[in-house]
Design a protein around this ligand. Structure first.
Ligand code: SF4
Ligand code: SF4
Length: 194
């Protein structure tokens, strides 16, 4: 069954839409006067000079964490690349000279154009070697290559640069991050070095 909805009949002055036009002008003038005399109440921000605060759980641009000697904490275990649903992490592993660290990432690329910012790589990493806690959420570039984060870009920061930055960095207690076997291994390495 079809329900017919009839248009309301327009009568008198409303036929000329004068009341509606005047009403619209009054609303516009109200906004103009308020914005002129109270610019601090404008609902917009002067981007890019001003930005809005980023919520604490925002997944921003990735970074690779570093050891005290500046080398990447990553051991090229491939867990992040394996868990990445967008297949956008490309790692080339190489052997290290350090007898206690088997591998390191010779290449570590993340293609931001494929990334869906799910944070699974951060959660998959057993060493807390990759984080998305930089408050960098706006990316721009001229070529596709501009959106590929290389190892050098991912390591271009100080670990202490973003200690309390809003951003995705799920808490990982030591026993979950490293696991009891890894903690035992670290203790063994420490004793051997002394
Ligand atoms: S955030 Fe998600 S899609 Fe992006 S690199 Fe990590 S796992 Fe892959
Ligand atoms: S999961 Fe962590 S340690 Fe393993 S390759 Fe990825 S960043 Fe490196």
């Amino acid at each position: 069954m079809v329900k017919v909805v009839r248009r309301p009949e327009v009568k008198g002055l409303r036929k000329f839409y004068l009341i509606e036009i005047l009403g619209g002008l009054i609303v516009t003038m109200k906004h103009v006067i308020r914005n002129l005399f109270k610019p601090e109440k404008l609902p917009t921000v002067m981007y890019p000079e001003q930005t809005k605060p980023i919520p604490a759980a925002t997944r921003g641009r990735h970074r690779l964490m570093k050891r005290e000697n500046g080398s990447p904490r990553c051991t090229a275990c491939m867990l992040c690349a394996t868990n990445c649903p967008a297949f956008c992490i490309h790692i080339k592993a190489a052997e290290t000279d350090d007898p206690y660290i088997e591998k390191y990432p010779e290449r570590f690329d993340i293609d931001l154009l494929r990334c869906v910012f799910c944070g699974l790589c951060v959660e998959a990493c057993p060493l807390d070697a990759i984080r998305m806690d930089m408050p960098l959420v706006t990316f721009a570039g001229y070529t596709r290559q501009d959106f590929v984060l290389t190892k050098e870009i991912l390591l271009d920061h100080d670990n202490s640069d973003y200690p309390h930055a809003p951003g995705y960095n799920p808490p990982k207690p030591l026993d979950i991050t490293h696991g009891p076997h890894y903690v035992k291994f670290l203790e063994k390495v420490k004793t051997q070095k002394q």
